[in-house]
Design a protein around this ligand. Sequence first.
Ligand code: PEP
Length: 257
Amino acid sequence: MMRRPLVAGNWKLNGSRAQTTDLVAASMRLADQHDEIECVVCPPNVYLQQAVDQATGSRLEVGAQDASDHEAGAFTGEVSAGMLGDVGCSYVIVGHSERRERHAEDDVLVAAKFAATVRAGLAPILCIGESLADRDDGRAADVVAGQLRAVVDMVGATGFGAGVVAYEPVWAIGTGRSADADAAQEIHALIRRVLAETDHALAERTRIVYGGSVKVGNAAELFSRPDIDGALVGGASLDAEQFTAIGRAAGARAHPE
Ligand code: PEP
């Protein structure tokens, strides 16, 4: 099956109105020149509306970096997936390791956020990945499979919607140290097997993207592996040239020469 590669930029706590204008303009060009890929930018919440308005009429899509597991009510500071859909977002990153670590998000909360996102009609980008200690202890596969099963067990194949899985080894995020393409492929294949335990078609159609120090220099090698369907890009997504080059490399995966 041909899965359309996805390249998503996670801006984290970075950006301004001016930077949003510039990065969205560059990402719109990328998206419109490469209809073989799907291109998403995920700015901080306060810039989402600006990004959506600017991207209207282009193929660029906009996502949020988090959403509440609740739809409405007394949850000060939170933003629901329904609200994100209301302002024109189509994706939500859930379970990013920075939120798991700094905001004590556990597998159950992440699964609830995933479910709430699908219920609101948006596509979650579920981040899973092992820590360095997990990897050193030989537990990478178990940790990743466990994080994924927590979600699949809660939502089932029908509740997975258009969800995307992002394999993001924690030790590779923002460190400049990417996973080796073969090691990443091994975990991506495992992720697809775990999805297949629930539903074969789900496993075939779900995009599994890699995240963790993706740059121009390593993107093509990662995308050449059969189960690496794109990237979630942090640091390099703040540089229009880098992000565009990574997107082009994903496009080459869709149409290999
Ligand atoms: C991320 O934050 O999802 C990420 C992969 O960051 P970086 O590309 O900077 O490692």
